[in-house]
Ligand binder design. Structure first.
Ligand code: NAD
Length: 504
């Protein structure tokens, strides 16, 4: 099928954008190189997407550099107005964006419609409103002096994002950076660039000046690496794997870029014996199976009190087996395919890893048998009971619909298990005991803790991790601080300074 036929078949009204977006225009890569982006439902080609090389990144950085003075000096409220208009346009194009995201990533349409699109609009709107709220400070210093602190944008910011929530990440990354007055060169993951390019189109419609936002789909080892190294870029904000995060830090050293890292996770989701079991079963299924488990904050370690473990698992396994797998564009689908074949194979390989270490597969562990899903990247909801919290499937991020079950005897053991990985991103716990809940939250090695829920995010609430999960925070005031630097200005109002060299 050609692109126009695909658009029509998927119910898209407007063209699928597949070129680079530089200085306000969609353009081919200088080299003419492209790479196909695939529909993970059947691995058919959706579009040939331009792949940026070094020259294209240089052009994007030049455009962003040129746009920076006017954008950073524009009244903050006017920058905010553009982001608010963008949020409105995202809502006006909600169905278009939802379908495009489901087509390119495999997100079930019900999630793209109810989560990805509204969250993207809400995040741009939050930072649109934030643009003129970030104030400087006055420091009470010596008499006769005024010392004020300016929060200034950094300049050109490089942003490199993964394929698991590409639409939402446009707002998490670009919202605060733009509100604070920076200009941007953003590289989406090579396998899911389509919704990001659509956002670029909507940005122009919202009145974003040319060059403020530049989108350069391309390979991580080429365009991504070059962005991390680029001397014209003041900061790199990265979301992705811990291994790539390390490479980014090394590459950034050339010009001592500021670095912000949102990396992997191995979320502990602890269910105590006094928990509301039905709520915990449902919430724990959502914690791991939403977006096919492809979430850094997924509750991928299910840690159960041994007294309720059997009853919990009965209900949990029944629920997992009932989850409806299917074409993401079917509105009744509850779980879609993984986003790429390579990743599906990687996830399935962990089933063998589990078995080799004595793990027991309680559900799933394979692709579905339905013939209409045979060409897609599907994996059934998979539940594995591990022998020890030290096993590889209890330590390494699988990033799929794969949950590792562990049991504990008391609170101390639950905490030991929770804090036993090098990661520290999101974790959850289910209990009716208030004191235990807050004590656990205090002691968990994590950037985010959910009590009697899991995976809540909000544009106002800081998001990020500790340890091997990275550093820096997205969203909230924290994000605005990440995208600004402080300048301290000293004014001698009427200070009488005795001469340093009295003889003069
Ligand atoms: P990845 O690190 O392979 O790729 C992420 C991005 O980095 C892609 O755009 C890729 O092209 C680019 N990239 C790859 N090599 C690069 C290099 N040498 N220099 C610069 N850029 C490079 O990660 P992935 O497997 O695509 O994504 C999944 C990972 O992302 C998981 O580990 C997950 O936990 C993590 N993640 C973290 C968060 C968070 O907020 N902490 C959110 C979502 C995903």
């Amino acid at each position: 099928m050609n692109l126009a036929d695909i658009q029509a078949a998927v119910g898209l009204r407007t063209p699928i954008r597949h070129q680079l977006f530089i200085d306000g225009r969609f353009v081919d890569a200088e080299s003419g190189e492209t790479q196909a982006t695939l529909n993970p439902h059947d691995n058919s080609v959706i579009a040939e997407v331009a792949m940026a090389g070094h020259t294209d990144v240089d052009k994007a950085v030049a455009a962003a550099t040129k746009a920076f003075p006017a954008w950073s000096r524009m009244a903050a409220a006017d920058r905010g107005r553009i982001l608010l208009k963008l949020a409105d346009l995202i809502e006006a194009n909600a169905e278009e964006l939802a379908r495009l995201e489901s087509l390119d990533t495999g997100h079930p349409l019900r999630d793209s419609r109810n989560l990805d699109v509204p969250r993207t609009a809400a995040c741009f709107r939050y930072f649109g409103g934030m643009a003129d709220k970030l104030q400087g400070d006055v420091v009470p210093v010596e008499v006769g002096f005024l010392n004020y602190l300016l929060r200034e944008p950094l300049g050109v910011v490089g942003q490199v994002v993964p394929w698991n929530f590409p639409l939402m990440f446009t707002s998490w990354k670009m919202g605060p950076a733009l509100a604070a007055g920076n200009t941007i060169v953003l590289k989406p993951a090579e396998i899911t660039p389509l919704s990001t390019l659509k956002i670029a189109e909507l940005m122009s419609e919202a009145g974003m000046p040319d060059g403020v936002v530049n989108i350069v789909p391309g390979l991580g080892s080429v365009a991504g690496q070059y962005i991390a190294e680029h001397p014209g870029i003041a900061k790199i904000a990265f979301t992705g794997s811990t291994a790539t995060g390390r490479r980014i830090v090394q590459a950034s050293a050339g010009n001592l870029k500021k670095v912000q890292l949102e990396l992997g996770g191995k979320g502990a989701n602890i269910v105590f014996d006094d928990a509301n079991l039905l709520a915990a079963v449902n919430g724990s299924a959502w914690a791991i199976f939403h977006n096919q488990g492809q979430a850094c904050i997924a509750g991928s370690r299910l840690v159960l009190h041994e007294r309720i473990a059997d009853e919990f698992l009965d209900k949990f396994i029944t629920l997992a087996k009932s989850i409806k797998l299917g074409n993401p564009l079917d509105a009744s689908t509850e779980m879609g395919p993984l986003t790429s074949r390579m990743h599906r194979d990687r996830v399935l390989a962990y089933v063998d890893v589990a078995r080799e270490q004595g793990g027991e597969v309680l559900a799933g562990g394979k692709g579905p048998s339905a013939s209409d899903l045979a060409n897609g990247c599907y994996v059934e909801p998979t539940i594995v009971k591990a022998r020890s919290f030290k096993d590889r499937v209890a330590q390494e991020e699988v990033f799929g619909p794969f949950v590792t079950v562990l049991t504990f005897k008391d609170d101390a053991e639950a905490m030991q298990i929770a804090n036993s990985t090098d990661y520290g991103l999101g974790s959850g716990l289910w209990t009716r005991d208030l004191q235990r809940a807050h004590k656990m939250a205090r002691d968990m090695h994590a950037g985010m803790v959910w009590i009697n829920s899991y995976k809540r995010v909000n544009p106002g609430s800081p998001f990020g991790g500790v340890g091997q999960s990275g550093y820096g925070r997205e969203m909230g005031f924290e994000a605005m601080r990440e995208y600004t630097q402080v300048k301290s200005v000293w004014v001698n109002v009427d200070a009488q300074i005795p001469p340093w060299y009295p003889r003069a």
